[in-house]
Write a protein that binds this ligand. Structure first.
Ligand SMILES: Cc1cc2nc3c(=O)[nH]c(=O)nc-3n(C[C@H](O)[C@H](O)[C@H](O)COP(=O)(O)OP(=O)(O)OC[C@H]3O[C@@H](n4cnc5c(N)ncnc54)[C@H](O)[C@@H]3O)c2cc1C
Length: 387
């Protein structure tokens, strides 16, 4: 089998890349280890920067997003007895949109299938070969146990944090920067109307809490918890009790999904080796406090799609050669923002009284200073794209 771009992973990064390439007349094959129902039901991120919305819209993927997405002009910060609305739109002229990642994935899978181009689900034992040459290959085993080989010009490693692409890069080439936080998020999806139209970020003496939503009838709520938290110790009643304490009253309803999300900052550099390009979570992870994971995947893919379009139109490899450098400039700014939001809003178990007071003073300063609110807002709605 042969194609121009072999894409490993059908998350937001792989699916969007395939779609942008298709629109540029470039052929690709997507290989995904999970089933279609699994990836379309996987509850993860849900906040899109305005630039991500514009990217999906320009790519013809925005029809349902504009119909069902919830546009937000602001968010609320709470600390002790203080509450302050950050007027995102008033401060930046830009907005964010709530649209579940799984909904964006459904739209992109449907768009891919409509093109008739290949998307193989439930592949196993995916391996990358000859990535340093201009004829790299991917091999895998299908659901029936049959082994296949895909020859391509370029491999896009869009296979998330645990996929094989980053691991295929030579260890001596790869530099890894990492921070693991001493807490995690216990997240629930509940059939309950959101308590507020906008997101509420709360710093409470028992720990951070976040009230967000996936639709007018679905609330997504998070509590700071221990990284090794045992969900069996969190019956529904205990979760609601903590949410009420940390967020004030929230609307209760049946809990449809419960999970613990680890908090990590991670960057692998460079994002390209030979003809292998990493995009999205395969190259970087941010703690979810800044709501940036899916948005960074979109930003990487914009650059990669443009670079590959240049390459196939005979405009050379200039943008391909600068792919890693361009993406990393944005990634590190977003890493800094996500780390800052996380450090400001969470309780660190080992923190001393001095640290706690400095942290509280910082949050109060952000709430009271127009300059700080503007800095938060312009990063939250998304920094401008370079390409
Ligand atoms: C558990 C979890 C919860 C999250 N929650 C939030 C949140 O609440 N808020 C937020 O802002 N962000 C959240 N994120 C981050 C956000 O969802 C990610 O940043 C986003 O999914 C990145 O998209 P991606 O396409 O790069 O990677 P992914 O969405 O991870 O997609 C990678 C794909 O590659 C596939 N794959 C892996 N290995 C192979 C293989 N060997 N062969 C073929 N395919 C393979 C995977 O099955 C997957 O479909 C969460 C992430 C995770 C993992």
């Amino acid at each position: 089998m042969r194609t121009q771009v072999g894409i490993i992973g059908a998350g937001p990064a792989g699916l969007l890349l395939a779609h942008l390439l298709h629109r540029a007349g470039i052929d690709s094959v997507i290989l995904e280890q999970k089933s279609r129902p699994y990836i379309e039901g996987r509850i993860r991120a849900g906040l899109l920067e305005q630039g991500s919305v514009e990217t999906l819209t320009e790519a013809g993927l925005g029809e349902r997003l504009h119909r069902e997405g919830l546009v937000h002009d602001g968010l609320e910060l709470r600390c002790d007895d203080m509450a302050e609305r950050i007027d995102l739109h008033g401060l930046t002229g830009r907005r964010v949109t709530i649209y579940g990642q799984q909904e964006a994935v459904k739209d992109m899978v449907a768009a891919r299938l409509a093109t008739g181009r290949p998307l193989h689900f439930e592949v196993e034992d995916t391996q990358l070969h000859d990535i340093a040459t201009d004829q790299p290959r991917i091999t895998w085993t299908d659901q029936h146990g049959e082994r296949h080989e895909l020859r391509c010009d370029v491999i896009a490693g869009c296979d998330g944090f645990h996929g094989p692409s980053r691991a295929a890069m030579p260890a001596e080439v790869l530099r890894v920067y990492e921070r693991v936080y001493p807490f995690a998020w216990l997240g629930i999806l509940a059939e309950a109307s959101p308590v507020s139209h906008e997101l509420i970020y709360a710093r409470h003496e028992e720990g951070f809490a976040l009230a967000t939503m996936r639709s007018a009838r679905l609330s997504r709520l998070y509590l700071q918890c221990a990284p090794d938290e045992d969900l069996n110790e969190w019956p529904d009643a205990r979760i609601w009790e903590h949410l009420h304490r940390r967020l004030g009253r929230v609307n209760e309803g049946p809990i449809l999904q419960k999970g613990v999300t680890a908090m990590r900052s991670f960057v692998a550099e460079p994002m390209r080796h030979g003809r292998l390009f990493l995009a999205g979570d395969a190259a970087h992870i941010v703690p979810p406090t800044g709501a940036k994971g899916m948005n960074l995947a979109v930003a990487d893919v914009r650059v990669l799609a443009a670079a590959l379009a240049d390459f196939y139109r005979g405009r050379g490899t200039g943008l391909m050669d600068r792919y890693s450098e361009i993406c990393l400039r944005r990634i590190w700014k977003v890493q800094r923002f996500s780390w800052w939001m996380t450090a400001m809003l969470h309780r660190f178990s080992a923190e001393d009284a001095f640290e706690h007071r400095v942290q509280t003073a910082e949050l109060h300063y952000v709430m009271q200073s127009q300059a700080m609110r503007t800095a938060l807002a312009e990063q939250y709605v998304g920094l401008p794209y370079e390409v």
